[in-house]
Design a binder for this molecule. Structure first.
Ligand SMILES: [Zn+2]
Ligand SMILES: [Zn+2]
Length: 254
């Protein structure tokens, strides 16, 4: 049996929801993809949406929350998030549990969860680390600038989901107005392919080998370019690399 299974159901500009299994625990990160797409992606792999035990929310931007109502109406999961992110889903019909950053919780039996702050232009944006029976998974998207605190939190993870949002040249020459370009490039924006590749090189040196590139921009990047940027940086190194499409039913096993 594979110990960590991931279905990147939605990742990128239009909507983010990623399904994660660590051994017998099953949860969802973010609520930006419709209930039916999640249900159908899980069913393809003989998983039942009713077996999802919890939902974790990184922040309150709509590409992470827009399906919250539909998901909440069709599941009985509790939603775990920072207080500011809860505000974005205050109308949904689900039990909500506010978490504090940099505190370790045991939310599901034996599963340790820590949230940590990530620089981004929502009030408070968070990444996560999950640890269960010796397995560790790190999750960080919507990150304007990588920093040592984040690296320390996710270092040593068996699998790391990390943002590879844009190619800097594509963004600068692309269709977005200048002020939006500046926002994305700022330290409260999104992580570029180059910064992602550098971060992965650092995390490799700290022992991680499996990386999933997430939140790849539709307009300022391509899945291939994101993949190639990290693959080139890590040439000759023994890593497993996967770049997420906008939507996918792929089951990634580690
Ligand atoms: Zn965001
Ligand atoms: Zn986002």
């Amino acid at each position: 049996m594979n110990e960590i299974n991931i279905i990147p159901i939605g990742s990128g500009s239009t909507g983010n929801s990623i399904y994660i299994e660590i051994l017998d625990h099953r949860f969802l990160i973010d609520m930006g993809i419709g209930f039916r797409k999640i249900r159908d992606a899980l069913a393809l792999h003989d998983r039942n949406i009713n077996d999802i035990e919890a939902i974790f929310l990184t922040h309150g931007h709509s590409d992470h929350t827009k399906a919250a109502k539909a998901i909440a109406n069709n599941t009985s999961c509790k939603v775990y998030a920072d207080q500011s992110s809860m505000y974005a889903i205050r109308d949904i019909n689900a039990e909500r549990v506010i978490l504090e950053s940099s505190t370790t919780y045991e939310i599901l039996p034996g599963l340790k969860v820590r949230m940590f702050p990530v620089p981004h232009d929502y009030v408070r944006t968070c990444g996560f680390v999950f640890e269960y029976q010796g397995k560790k998974l790190g999750y960080v998207t919507d990150c304007g600038k990588m920093n040592e605190i984040i690296i320390d939190e996710i270092a040593g993870s068996d699998v790391i989901v990390i943002e590879s949002n844009h190619d800097i040249e594509m963004l600068k020459n692309g269709p977005y107005p200048k002020d939006l370009q500046r926002r994305i490039l700022s330290k409260y924006g999104h992580l570029s392919n180059d910064d992602c590749a550098e971060t992965i090189a650092t995390l490799y040196d700290k022992g991680s080998r499996n990386f999933i590139l997430a939140h790849i921009s539709l307009n300022n990047n391509t899945v291939q370019l994101a993949y190639d940027t990290t693959a080139n940086r890590m040439q000759g190194k023994d890593i497993t690399l996967y770049a997420c499409k906008e939507e996918s039913v792929d089951l990634l096993s580690f």
